[in-house]
Write a protein that binds this ligand. Structure first.
Ligand code: PMP
Ligand code: GLU
Length: 377
């Protein structure tokens, strides 16, 4: 049909959203489907965060505000970034966005020119490649070592005259792996040697088990060439709030700001007050959720290993990435149709032969899912 964008028609729908929608539909038809397909905490947003939003709504915080976000939230993010992530950050280097996804989209639109190449480390989350493509860029995939899920110098073979950026995601969706200092060092050296930008998606930084998160922009002079993306969805169970942010050199933020001004203006005003409460209040709610994720992780990984599966190092996020081999799309279909367990096949993350199992669901449901998966293995 004429009149459709060739860029958008060439992009697949989001596999994570599509599969979870399908699982929801089957549940609505009365089937007892256990949905382990979407990366979404099953916890409710902590009460003090909801209260702060309700109070803001009731006092009339219902109007337009500065497009980069309310000053209270911008300052809270700048303060958090300096203190926790050791990245120098002024309020002018912050933009509040409609979720981390929107920050990624804005970033690509702000820095890419048609034909610019962006290196994506696989397995990679479903929306990086589409965001690159929508901005006219060209994704160039590089497969991480699928035993350690770390990066070595072989990535340098992917650098060309057109390379503009490398995307880093640690802890990783879908593998759960955490990049170590040496992998991040490879990225930092590559960016410096070839004058590249980096987008570092650190949305799972607080969901980490026994390892330490290192912000890419805290290494060497990476703060001058890194767009750090983060958000409230995972750490504070705020997926539906659509609230995230980016921190970057001010020249980049100024361009991202224009993309935001001409598309969404800014995220919902009263939601941003919830974000202030999340960042500036006691953080014990994050630790409570992290501990529960850790308990489920230990259980699920152990069961999968007992079944004889290879599992990626599940050091962060809330996913077990399991090597099932063969046709991963067929395996996922069988698990859904015969076992009524919905997972996301590795093809969605550019690594066929794997399944991503989200353990952001109750222990009871995980237990049932394990029994069902075992009976199909
Ligand atoms: N990055 C990664 C790696 C994710 O898993 C998600 C989950 N949706 C996002 C970004 C986007 O998060 P949100 O837009 O909900 O902040
Ligand atoms: N990031 C989550 C996932 O990978 C949520 C869905 C999405 O935004 O893609 O399942």
């Amino acid at each position: 049909m004429r009149g459709l964008s060739s860029i958008i028609t060439g992009i697949a729908p989001s596999a994570t959203l599509e599969i979870s929608d399908k699982a929801r539909q089957l549940q609505q038809q009365g089937l007892d489907v256990i949905s382990l397909s979407i990366g979404e905490p099953d916890f409710d947003t902590p009460a003090h965060i909801k209260d702060a939003c309700i109070q803001a709504l009731m006092r009339g915080e219902t109007h337009y505000v500065p497009s980069n976000g309310i000053p209270e939230l911008v300052s809270a993010i700048a303060g958090k970034t300096e203190k926790e992530n050791k990245i120098p950050c002024t309020p002018g280097q912050v933009i509040v966005t409609c979720g981390a996804k929107d920050a990624i989209y804005d970033a690509m639109a702000a820095v890419l020119n048609p034909g610019d190449e962006v290196i994506i480390l696989d397995p990679s989350w479903v929306s990086y490649e589409p965001c690159v493509r929508m901005a006219g860029g060209r994704p160039v995939h590089h497969l991480l070592d699928t035993r350690t899920f770390q990066l070595d110098d072989s990535v340098l073979e992917k650098v060309t005259q057109k390379t503009r950026m490398v995307i880093v995601n640690s802890p990783s969706n879908p593998s759960g792996a955490v990049l170590d200092k040496s992998s991040l060092g490879v990225v930092a050296d590559m960016c410096e040697d070839y004058d590249l930008l980096s987008l570092s998606d650190e949305i799972y930084e607080k969901l980490i088990y026994g390892k330490k998160h290192i912000a890419l922009a805290s290494i060497g002079d990476m703060a001058q060439r890194t767009i750090t993306v983060n958000g409230f969805s995972k750490a504070y169970a705020m997926t539906g709030w659509r609230l995230g942010w980016a921190v970057a050199p001010q020249m980049i933020i100024n361009q991202m700001s224009k993309v935001q001004q001409h598309s969404i203006s800014h995220p919902t005003t009263f939601a941003m007050y919830g974000g202030v409460a999340a960042l500036t209040s006691d953080q014990s709610c994050v630790e409570t959720m992290r501990k529960e994720f850790n308990r489920r992780r230990d259980y699920l990984v152990q069961e999968l290993l007992l079944m004889g599966h290879e599992v990626a190092p599940a050091d962060g996020a809330f996913y077990a990435y399991v090597k099932t081999g063969g046709d991963d799309l067929a395996t996922a279909r069988i698990w859904l149709e015969k076992g009524q367990v919905a997972v996301t096949p590795g093809s969605a993350f550019n690594t066929p032969g794997w399944q991503r199992i989200s353990y952001a669901t109750s222990m009871e449901r995980l237990h049932d899912a394990v029994i069902r998966i075992r009976s199909l293995s």
